[in-house]
Write a protein of this length. Sequence first.
Length: 121
Amino acid sequence: MSKKGYPDTIDGWEKLLEAVKRHEKDLPGADSLRDSLELRLQESVEAKHRQDLHRSGRQRATRDLGQSMAAGRDVASRLCCLVKSVYGPRDERLQEFGMTPVKPRCRKPPPEKVNGSPGYH
């Protein structure tokens, strides 16, 4: 099996078909093989065209998805800001919206005084 790429293979088939047509008098019985190769050539070109269309369609869909996701993130961020402005950043109801309420910070206890010192050594 040949390891040639698509362009080399198609080019080779086209050259082969042209040469067979030029020398068809010298090649009895080549008609059915020539017709079959012409059909395979046409099928291959059409399949490559469909492949290219899918590739460009996939790229376009990926770009559209990225734009839609970015716009959605912007709207979601604005909506979260609205919810926080209504309920406040500490309200437990924020959890229902998938947000974490701000918890009060735990304060460290003041350092212990040792023998009347102000707390440092």
